[in-house]
Design a protein around this ligand. Structure first.
Ligand code: COA
Ligand code: AMP
Length: 631
């Protein structure tokens, strides 16, 4: 039996023994006696009686075990022209004082802290400081607007918000405090304090919001007065963080990540999936606002004793498409991980890969991609131009680590373009049809994971366990439903073909078309609407809205279209990339009134399609066909 097969079978046949062994790779205050059990809701929970602290594993452990002077975090910011490095010792000091600052504000184990920050070291420091106290962080991506922040404040009920005064995008500064003030005003829940990290590019006026006099605190001034704080032991099943992700409705889901399973999964993944060695340089070019940033900018590389790179910039335009290669060369990056869209952006601006040749990058071993389907042309281009193996691996906010990929630490499988290779040990991936029967090889269906899910995956949705049950577990008893469709071929390779719900991936960012429809539907002139994810060469998908106006309402010189675009930008944020909306007379629907979103998407993408026999009024489709395929 091959090394992979052996490990996969062990994890499948005796998960308790397998994950007990993996748990020994991290240090516990109290090693768990109970490895796996079902809780009162019938959910599988890992290491329930174990005690540990995730910040200790990521920092103090290494200071105590010979890595005090190794660089833990490299900050590289072409948008502000700054570079900075922290050794494990320095980072531990920063984090323990930041934890002290939070503790002095009354933050204790179990309290929530929202972190609304750009890609600066303080964002990672804030996360680790929360972990140190056993407080639960919830990072909100900087590209989200005030309304999205308000939704998260209301749901997470944070005692404190940690924010920066601004983010710096390509040649533009995004002030954060107006959004924080607005979000707190709009939310029923009010945090006690907002700690503001002042950036020289755009310092914020503190306590500028009406009705607020001493809510805002200057981060640096407060930190200077703060004492270091030790790690607080937590239970393995205590939450480390809540990360909100798009579902099918306007309300995002708070994915709850628990300390114990997460730490074990992070450690295991670094060697098994990435084949990373402690001491190596690992760079996930993503953002701490996404799950990739949580797992592979902050927690996994540090728990594994690697050097992590925190990059505040883009793959292109900061300043050019050589940015990735420059960083890899400058810091001796061994493993690079980003979304396919980033490489498509580079390819567009440097199609011949001329700039790659200027950076030999001798240490760079492997390039990993996730966040969206890796299209075969992008895979081929990156492999050819970099002469490095490229690994496509599939995962979700819910799982926190890769469900399938090429497990380089065990065995390297031959590449099959379009496939994220083999299920990771611990994930029993299967394909089911509508009635829950397994389908044969090469036949598409629902991608599901047979329970128990391995350590690290969500055990609930924050304060909404029913949503966890109904969204993931009810459709096929005994299985977790991923929301993706795809197939497994005759060699056991998994092909993820895309979402089967209302979630789309825009430049590797997960967004909900359902949420966009709710926003468009809230416009006074709109009778009904549909949003689909249309194919886009650069971003993979972009949202496209189709809107029917109320009788007697008309758009003059595109004024309603402009308002609709602005409304989505204001309520979700620029990151939605909502730039296309079309007013139509009718939406294509079935006779029972279901909008034919799939057919609309096929028309918009120029794909072959069959007009469904159930269509109510075929002329409703003609209007869209004519717009996309003018004669
Ligand atoms: N804060 C504030 N605004 C942000 C933001 C942030 N953190 N991130 C993006 N935005 C804004 C952008 O400035 C842009 O605004 P605009 O409409 O005013 O121009 C808008 O959101 C859309 O951004 P984006 O989708 O990133 O498009 P882009 O054209 O600026 O860049 C790519 C395209 C492909 C270069 C970029 O999306 C990228 O690097 N993607 C990598 C994907 C990634 O990291 N995914 C995470 C999972 S691995
Ligand atoms: P997120 O929760 O933001 O990480 O988004 C998860 C979703 O992104 C998945 O459900 C997939 O639809 C998509 N996705 C992530 N990685 C891949 C991949 N390697 N191949 C295909 N789709 C992917």
């Amino acid at each position: 039996m091959s090394a992979y097969q052996n490990e996969f079978e062990q994890a499948k046949n005796d998960p308790q023994a397998f994950w007990e062994t993996q748990a020994k790779a991290i240090e516990w205050y109290k090693f768990p006696k109970t490895i796996l059990h079902k809780d009162e809701n019938g959910i599988d929970r890992w290491y329930a009686d174990g005690e540990l602290n995730t910040c200790f594993l990521a920092l103090d452990y290494h200071v105590l075990n010979g890595r005090a002077d190794q660089v833990a975090l490299i900050y590289d910011s072409p948008v502000t022209d700054q570079k900075q490095q922290y050794t494990y010792k320095q980072l531990t000091n920063e984090v323990s004082r930041t934890a002290g600052m939070l503790a002095e504000m009354g933050v204790v184990k179990g309290d929530r802290v929202i972190i609304y920050m750009p890609m600066i070291p303080e964002a990672a420091i804030a996360m680790l400081a929360c972990a140190r106290l056993g407080a639960v962080h919830s990072v909100v991506f900087g590209g989200f607007a005030a309304n999205e922040l308000a939704i998260r404040i209301e749901d997470a009920e944070p005692k404190v918000i940690m924010a920066a005064s601004c983010g710096v995008e390509v040649q533009k500064i995004i002030p954060y405090m107006p959004m924080v003030n607005q979000a707190i005003m709009d939310s029923r829940w009010k945090p006690e304090k907002v700690i503001v990290y002042q950036r020289s590019q755009c310092p914020a006026e503190l306590n500028a919001s009406p009705l607020v006099d001493d809510r805002d605190v200057d981060w640096s001034a407060q930190l200077a007065l703060s004492k270091p704080h030790d790690c607080v032991p937590v239970k393995a099943t205590d939450p480390l963080y809540v990360l909100y992700t798009s579902g099918t409705t306007g309300k995002p889901k708070g994915v709850v990540r628990e300390n114990g399973g997460h730490a074990v999964a992070m450690k295991y993944s670094m060697s098994t999936i990435y084949d990373a060695k402690p001491g190596e340089v690992y760079w996930a070019a993503s953002d701490v606002g996404w799950v990739v940033g949580h797992s592979y900018i902050v927690y996994a590389p540090l728990i594994h004793g690697c050097t992590t790179v925190l990059y505040e910039g883009k793959p292109v335009r900061t300043p050019d498409p050589a940015a990735f290669w420059r960083v890899c060369q400058e810091y001796g990056v061994n493993i690079l991980f980003s979304a396919p869209t980033a490489f498509r952006a580079i390819k567009k601006e440097d199609p011949e890969g001329e700039l790659i040749k200027q950076y030999p990058m001798p240490e760079l071993r492997t390039i990993f991609m996730a966040g969206e389907r890796l299209d075969p042309p992008t895979l081929a281009w990156v492999e050819e131009k970099t002469q490095r193996p490229v690994v496509d691996h599939w995962w979700q906010t819910e799982t926190g680590w890769a469900i399938s990929g090429n497990p380089l630490g065990l065995q390297q499988f031959p590449q099959k373009p379009g496939s994220s290779a083999k299920p990771t040990p611990g994930f029993d991936v299967q394909i089911l049809d509508e009635i829950g029967e397994p389908v044969e090889a090469n036949k598409q269906g629902f991608i599901v994971i047979k329970r128990p899910l391995p350590p690290g995956c969500l055990a609930t949705v924050w304060r909404n366990h029913d949503r966890f049950q109904s969204g993931y577990l009810t459709q096929f008893p005994g299985y977790y439903v991923s929301g993706d469709g795809g197939y497994i071929d005759e060699d056991g390779y998994l092909f993820v073909m895309g979402r089967i719900d209302d979630v789309i991936n825009v430049a590797g960012h997960r967004l909900s078309t359902g949420e966009m429809e709710e926003i468009l539907g809230g416009h006074n002139d709109v009778a009904e609407c549909a949003v689909i994810g249309a194919h886009d060469d650069l971003k993979g998908q972009i949202p496209f809205g189709f809107v029917v106006l109320k009788d007697g309402h008309y758009s003059v010189d595109g004024n309603i279209e402009k308002e609709l675009l602005q409304k989505v930008r204001d309520e979700i944020g620029a990151v939605a990339s909502f730039r296309n909306v079309m007013i139509v007379n009718r939406l294509p629907k079935t006779r029972s009134g279901k909008v034919l979103r799939r057919t609309i998407k096929q028309v918009a993408d120029g794909d072959q399609y069959v007009i469904p026999s159930t269509i109510d009024d075929p002329t409703s489709l003609t209007e869209i066909e004519n717009a996309f395929n003018p004669l």
